[in-house]
Design a protein around this ligand. Structure first.
Ligand SMILES: *Cc1c(COP(=O)(O)O)cnc(C)c1O
Length: 396
C-alpha cells in the first residue's frame, strides 16, 4: 500500500528568511519600534498593497486582531456580537476578551451562514464577525446588504481565507476590518502572528494605539496623523505587537502565496471530484461568486448512523489517515457545545446536525496530486468498507 502523506508537516521557510533572521539576530534589534523601517512595518506595507487595502497592522495573532477590531469599533461593555456557530473557539473567546457577548448564528450543511437566522438575530446585535470557516465564504452580498441597511459594522475573520475572492474581490476587504492569522496551519506560517486590514484611518489609528504604539510610536505608521492625535493617551495599551523575527519569516512567503493558493485549490478540487462519486459522501458546492483557496477539505457523510460514522473514522485511521468529524470528538474546539466558557450556549439544531456528520481532512498545498489520490482512495475505501462490507472485501 502507498504511504499516506503527512498532512501536518509544514513547507520549509524560504532561504531568504534565514538570511534576514540571521541579520536581525546579529543586530539584536527585535522590537518593531526601534528602527524606522522595521520588517514589521515593511510587512504591513506589502500586505496592505497585496490586499488592495489602505492600512494594515501586524499583531501577535488573529485572535488579537479580532479583539482589537471590536475595541477599535468602540463597542461598549456587554454589546452583542453576532458570530457563526461553526467557527474556531478563538472567535467567541475574542468577543469575550473584548467584554462583549457572542450571539451564535446557525450554519447550514454547506458550512455557511444560515441567512434566515442571520437576519432574525441581526436587529439585536451591535457588530458582526463573519468567520469564513475553513475558507468557506458565506453569501457576502446578502450579509453586507443586511449589515449596511442596519448600520452594523462587519468584521471578517479571514484566518482561513487568505487568497480567496468573492466576485474577484479579496476576502478580508468586504467589511470594515479583515483579520488574518500567521499561525502554522494557515497559508503564511510564522508559528504565531496575525494582521488586520482596513480602509478606515480612524479605526486603524485606534487599533494601532491599543496594539501597543505607546507615546509617539504611532508616528512610525503611515496613517493619517490627525487620527492619532485625536486618540493619543485616551485608549488602553494592550501590547499585542508582532515581533520583528516573525515579520522577517513571513515577508519572503508573500511571493509563494499565488502558488500555494493555486495548488491548494487544485488539490481540493481533485479530491472533491473523487469523493463526490461515492453515494456515502457529499462535498458541498462553493457559491458562484467565490474562488476558494483551501488547504483542507470538508465533506458530509450521507446515510451513516453514529456507529457507522465511528467505524468510518476508525477504518480511515487504521489506514493511516486522520479524519475528524467535528461533532464526534469530545473536545473539538469547533463544536459550539464545547465552548463551556460561554454563559449561555444555545441549542442550534442545524449547526449541530451539520457538525455531527461533517468531516475535516487537511490537504496542504505542498501535497502532490499523487498524494491527494492516496488520501481520496483511503476515504472512499473506508466508506465502502463500512457501508458495503461485502463489496469492499471483493475489491481487495
Ligand atoms: C486559526 C484561526 C483563528 C485564530 O488565529 P490565531 O492566530 O491562532 O489567533 C481564528 N479564526 C479561525 C477561523 C481560525 O482558523
Amino acid at each position: 500500500m502507498p504511504t499516506i502523506p503527512n498532512v501536518y508537516d509544514a513547507e520549509p521557510i524560504p532561504h531568504a528568511a534565514m538570511a534576514e533572521v540571521q541579520r536581525i539576530l546579529g543586530s539584536g534589534d527585535l522590537f518593531r519600534y526601534t528602527a524606522d523601517q522595521s520588517p514589521v512595518a515593511q510587512l504591513e506595507t506589502e500586505f496592505a498593497e497585496m490586499m488592495g487595502s489602505k492600512y494594515a497592522l501586524a499583531v501577535s495573532s488573529c485572535s488579537a486582531a479580532l479583539f482589537l477590531s471590536l475595541k477599535a469599533i468602540g463597542l461598549p461593555r456587554d454589546a452583542k456580537v453576532l458570530i457563526p456557530a461553526f467557527t474556531f473557539g478563538a472567535v467567541p473567546s475574542a468577543v469575550i476578551h473584548a467584554d462583549c457577548i457572542p450571539v451564535l448564528c446557525e450554519c447550514g450543511d454547506n458550512y455557511r451562514i444560515d441567512l434566515e437566522d442571520f437576519a432574525a438575530k441581526l436587529a439585536d446585535v451591535s457588530a458582526v464577525i463573519i468567520s469564513h470557516m475553513r475558507g468557506h465564504t458565506s453569501d457576502m452580498d446578502a450579509i453586507r446588504k443586511l449589515c449596511d441597511q442596519a448600520h452594523i459594522p462587519l468584521i471578517e475573520d479571514a484566518a482561513h481565507s487568505l487568497g480567496t475572492t468573492w466576485h474577484g474581490q479579496s476576502i478580508g476587504t468586504l467589511g470594515a476590518i479583515g483579520c488574518f492569522s500567521f499561525q502554522s496551519y494557515k497559508l503564511l506560517n510564522a508559528g504565531e502572528g496575525g494582521i488586520m486590514i482596513t480602509d478606515d484611518p480612524d479605526l486603524m489609528a485606534r487599533a494601532v494605539i491599543m496594539s501597543g504604539a505607546y507615546e509617539h510610536n504611532w508616528k512610525k505608521h503611515p496613517v493619517l496623523q490627525d487620527s492619532f492625535a485625536r486618540w493619543q493617551n485616551k485608549l488602553p495599551l494592550y501590547n499585542q505587537r508582532l515581533n520583528t523575527l516573525s515579520a522577517a519569516i513571513i515577508r519572503p512567503q508573500l511571493d509563494a502565496l499565488p502558488r500555494r493558493v493555486a495548488n491548494g485549490r487544485r488539490n481540493h478540487d481533485h479530491v472533491a471530484k473523487q469523493l463526490n462519486q461515492s453515494p456515502w459522501i457529499a462535498v458541498p458546492e462553493k457559491l458562484a461568486p467565490e474562488e476558494r483557496a483551501p488547504d483542507s477539505i470538508q465533506f458530509n457523510l450521507c446515510n451513516m448512523d453514529a456507529d457507522r460514522t465511528r467505524q468510518f473514522v476508525d477504518t480511515a485511521a487504521a489506514a493511516g489517515l486522520n479524519v475528524q468529524v467535528f461533532g464526534q470528538s469530545r473536545d473539538n474546539a469547533r463544536a459550539f457545545w464545547n465552548w463551556q466558557f460561554l454563559t449561555d450556549v444555545p441549542e442550534l439544531p442545524k449547526t449541530r446536525a451539520m457538525l455531527m456528520r461533517a468531516c475535516d481532512v487537511r490537504l496542504p498545498a505542498r501535497l502532490s496530486v499523487a498524494d491527494c489520490d492516496v488520501i481520496a482512495r483511503v476515504i472512499l475505501k473506508a466508506a465502502e468498507t463500512v457501508m458495503r462490507p461485502n463489496r469492499a472485501l471483493q475489491q481487495v
